[in-house]
Write a protein that binds this ligand. Structure first.
Ligand code: C2E
Ligand code: MG
Ligand code: MG
Length: 285
């Protein structure tokens, strides 16, 4: 299925067009309807442990299929959902779907598998949504210790104390937290000292610089060293080629993720062999 992709530039142009506000309102109303009527779906992408080669954790990535239009990547609608308050319902919908999928995965693939769920930092600013997450996990009889929440900071944190108490509340039930897209967006270094996360995910833009930007390579190596000294885990996302793969392996990251290893797929396409890192054996490397 083809993705409908709008670059940030074309979205800005689109926003300036006459009639844009009506189209935007219709787009948001369709998105709200998709959330309310279960029309979203999830793809899962494994995160592979460097030492064992096993994918013990799968990241849930939301998709929106619009009949007659195509499959929308979250890149197209997450920011709008954040700006218009739809993100809360979306994040809860995704979490509830993950609770249902977790049982199926643990029964059919691996009893120890966990799910990484992306949460907007806006959702994480409200203790009300922490309680909602606890209620949903109880309703589906799943443990929050089978989840890691990847905090995505496209939006600005208004009150970091609220995010800390959100995280602490869910940590009491066994949940873990990861700082996603680290080094980009609105994520300042000080978050490492404030938020009770156990994992940091280096943003894809640094991985893309491997082999062509000494600056990116130095940032990756320094980040890995810093995160290790903080006794946290570090994940590299967006690995697309063998040069990036070997650089990241040599740098000491704990987990790897990217199209080279496994693309995001629907739950029914997830098979046990995909949860083992493919043997990357490039003779010319
Ligand atoms: P993210 O959490 O950083 O997820 C990684 C994105 O990179 C995903 O895009 C994934 O499909 C893509 N990706 C993975 N490996 C590669 C690779 O090797 N090369 C390239 N070029 N891309 C790769 P996707 O699914 O379009 O998601 C985009 C962003 O939307 C996510 O970035 C996350 O910030 C947000 N998102 C996705 N699902 C949710 C959700 O349920 N809730 C919230 N709040 N945000 C979500
Ligand atoms: Mg993520
Ligand atoms: Mg990311």
């Amino acid at each position: 299925m083809k993705y409908v992709n709008l670059s940030e530039e074309s979205r800005t142009i689109f926003r300036g067009r006459p009639g844009h506000e009506n189209k935007q309102a219709a787009f948001l109303s369709n998105l709200k309807n998709a959330i309310d009527t279960d029309k979203l779906s999830l793809h899962y992408q494994p995160r592979f442990d460097v030492v064992t080669g096993k994918a013990d954790i799968l990241e849930a990535l939301v998709r929106w299929h619009r009949p007659g239009v195509g499959l929308f990547s979250p890149e197209v609608f997450i920011s709008d959902a954040e700006e218009n308050g739809l993100i809360f319902g979306l994040d809860l919908w995704v979490f509830e779907r993950c609770c249902k999928d977790l049982k199926q995965m643990q029964e059919s693939i691996n009893p120890d598998v966990k799910i990484a769920v992306n949460l907007s930092v806006l959702t994480c600013e409200s203790i009300y949504f922490a309680q909602k997450i606890i209620n949903i996990s109880n309703k589906h009889d799943v443990s929050l210790s089978d989840f890691e929440f990847e905090i995505t900071e496209h939006a600005h944190i208004h009150d970091v104390r609220k995010v800390i108490s959100f995280c602490e509340t869910l940590k009491n039930y066994g949940a873990e937290f990861c700082l996603d897209d680290f080094g980009t967006g609105q994520s300042p270094l000080v978050n490492l000292t404030l938020l009770p996360a156990s994992t940091v995910k280096i943003d894809r833009c640094f991985i893309q610089g491997i082999g062509n930007s000494r600056c990116c390579e130095i940032i990756i190596q320094s980040l890995v060293e810093m995160v290790q000294k903080l006794d946290m885990q570090i994940v590299a996302e967006g690995i697309e080629n063998s040069e990036q793969y070997w650089f990241i392996r040599d740098s000491g990251c704990d987990q790897l993720q990217g199209f080279l290893l496994c693309k995001p797929v629907g739950i029914d396409s997830l098979k046990s062999p995909m949860l083992r890192s493919p043997e990357i054996n490039y003779p010319d490397y």
